[in-house]
Design a protein. Sequence first.
Length: 404
Amino acid sequence: MLMDAVIKKVTPSKEEINLLNSITSNVLSKIRRALLDFGVAADAVIAGSFAKGTWLKGAHDIDFFIKFINEDDMRVFPKVIKFCFPKALCLKGTRDYYSINYKGYNLEFVPVLKLQSPSQAVNSMDASCFHVDYVKSRLDPELISQVRLLKQFFKAQGVYGAESYINGFSGYVTELLMLHFRTFDSFIHHLSSCAPKLFIDLEGYYPSANKAINALSSSKTQGPLILIDPVLPTRNAAASVSNHSFAKIVLASRLYKIKPSYSFFNVTTRSLKSIKLLCGKRGHYLLTKQFKVNERKDAFFSKLSRLLHKMANAFRLYGFVVYDYGFINDGTVFLELNTSLLPVSYRAMGPYPWQPGDDFNNFIKKHSKSINGPYIRGLRVCFDIKRKYTSAKQLFNYLLSIIK
């Protein structure tokens, strides 16, 4: 069967599990010894997918939580990590955390407070330990396989990850979805006929979606999926999922239901060559620029995503039609436009000639130095305005120089 083949492909081998157990055991021992040496009553534990046993074969990110009793003890965290891993890189977050490549794996060390209840969490990361406990207590081997299927499905559609440049489904959200739907087939069946907003409350904290929306922060309920965090009911665990990511999954689910195929689980890396080829078939113009990818990849790609949004908006403002834009893993950004050149002028349409008040006078005054006008088109007063930029490449270079 198709799903059996996918499960086999994404399930870690015994050799991989043994290697990871050896690495994590070694790292935990090193940090625990350092904590004792610094005289702090704290502990180090594995977090994320590795702690829950739901990671995908070949995954190279391992999270470690350093659990402190109080904020004062937490001040020693940077010293402990630097003592154990002198080359560890400090990354900015709600709390600073550290990352290092160790024996081919990307290790991340996050400081958290040891709490009695998730409701005591001031920082969102402090509740993550409870996420691990909640999911682990409800998983069995069959459900773990179904979780891996769904993770691979999301990954293949490019929507796996809560990072701001992905705005997709985190590992925790994926696990909660499978705890709700129980099987991959059930998820596909539901999503193939689903529209925003999807409401899921595993623990039944709220009698209805409307009650939940009223209780939660409005900024956390704007997306297409409201998934009540079972350990912290004031939180939408899926707040990061964008409408775009949700729409991609609904489309993929409908297509999969029509004709299941291994291709829905096959992760393909978008290349500049394939982008150029498609752009050529469409008869469009492509602009590209490669940036050097730095060690802080999440922050780098998030910044790159923001830059691209600004660029696309600027191109539209100057009169270009932006057909597509994005970036690929090597740091290359691209913008696909309908044309490389625009006419020298564009038409500015104003008020009706009989419109009273200042609008008419202000419009006439504003465009007094135009190429042509005023004249009437569609019963509106119009001017022909000279464009500041007619060349897409010229505008691209200008924007690269000013957009940060």
